[in-house]
Design a protein around this ligand. Structure first.
Ligand code: ZN
Ligand code: ZN
Length: 352
């Protein structure tokens, strides 16, 4: 075992503080990553506050969150072939899966039917808790690591590993591209990546935001149109307009009003996770053969494809760097949507 330093919630809802723990020694297919940056995802807050207990078997404390991990390979096991010491690598939301179910064989490890092994608040194949990226190092099988873009700053790429792939996967699956009209609901950490990626894919992109406050930003990020959803006219003007709507917000919305913005055969995809069940009128769907769908991050193959796409198109996240000592304040600001658009922890601060 090797000693690691990090920040953890010692129990549910406790503020995060310094924590020492152990990780396994590198096995033959493992790489050891010196973590340079870790993005702050809204789900880190949900999980350290045990707000998803309904959907999870257990929450494991002390919990070291963080699943937007970017760093440099510092050691490799003797059978590692994909990476070498010094490579820029990343780890996203999961660190292993069964590798044999039909989902795993298709590269859809995030939907592993035996059980995806999450980067933190999960249990590895020996039943030991997994610890995330708010820490100095992580040990991961080379098959569950990603190669980070060489030409882009590592800090701004860290959030691609959750926020980026969460939007890229549904955009690709539902064929966002030239000639397609895509709407992104909400311009936060997820939404701003949706705008950048849909634009880079060649789709016409519209932001549907509560107010016009972020309009200039939305246009700068690549949006063609920007509408306030507090204005009822938005819903008459855009009726039947979109091929694809991606909902990134977890706040309650009027689902039927938004569904009415889809054209025939259009799809609305849920990627934000509202706490309450969603109320849907059947007519909103049947009237134009519309669909409501959900999507959860992406597999390793697709995540690598997304990173390579971002490298090619110069797409990274808009970030604000914070030292680990300010993590609890950063959480409060995330809850108030007071960040443009993602906090990234500079892990050098952990060594201070
Ligand atoms: Zn996340
Ligand atoms: Zn599997």
């Amino acid at each position: 075992m090797s000693k690691c330093k990090g920040y953890a919630a010692l129990e549910a809802r406790a503020p995060l503080g310094p924590y020492s723990f152990e990780r396994r020694e590198a096995r033959e297919h493992d790489i050891v990553i010196d973590i340079k940056y870790c993005g702050v995802c809204h789900s880190d807050i949900h999980q350290t506050r045990d707000e998803w207990s309904k959907y999870q078997e257990e929450s494991i404390f002390p919990m070291v969150p963080g699943h937007e991990i970017a760093g440099i390979v510092e050691a490799v096991g003797n059978k590692v072939t994909k990476y070498k010491v010094g490579d820029k690598v990343g780890v996203g939301c999961f660190v292993d899966s069964c590798r044999t179910c039909s989902e795993c064989r298709q590269g859809l490890e995030q939907y592993c039917t035996v059980g995806t092994i999450w980067t933190y608040n999960g249990r590895d194949k020996e039943g030991k808790p997994t610890y995330g990226g708010y820490s100095d190092k992580i040990v991961v099988d080379e098959n569950y690591a990603l190669r980070m873009p060489e030409n882009l700053p590592l800090d701004a790429c860290a959030p691609l590993l959750c926020a980026g792939i969460t939007l890229y996967s549904p955009l690709k699956h539902w064929n966002a591209g030239p000639g397609k009209k895509v709407a992104i609901i909400g311009l936060g950490g997820l939404g701003h990546m949706g705008v950048k990626l849909a634009h880079a894919l060649g789709a016409e992109v519209t932001v549907l935001s509560q107010s016009l406050k972020k309009q200039a930003d939305g246009k700068r990020l690549g949006a063609d149109h920007f509408y306030a959803t507090s204005d009822p006219e938005t819903f008459t003007k855009l009726a039947g307009y979109f091929d694809l709507i991606i909902n990134t917000v977890s706040a309650p919305i009027d689902w039927n009003a938004y569904l009415n913005l889809l054209k025939t055969d259009g799809t609305m995809v849920i990627v934000g996770l509202p706490e309450k069940d969603i109320p849907l009128g059947a007519f909103s769907l049947t009237a134009r053969r519309r669909s409501v769908a959900g999507s959860q991050i992406g597999g390793i193959r697709e995540t690598q494809e997304m990173l390579d796409f971002c490298a090619k198109h110069g797409v990274a996240c808009d970030i604000e760097i914070v030292p680990i000592q300010k993590i609890n304040e950063a959480y409060e600001r995330v809850l108030k949507s007071d960040v443009r658009y993602r906090f990234v922890i500079d892990m050098a601060s952990l060594r201070k």
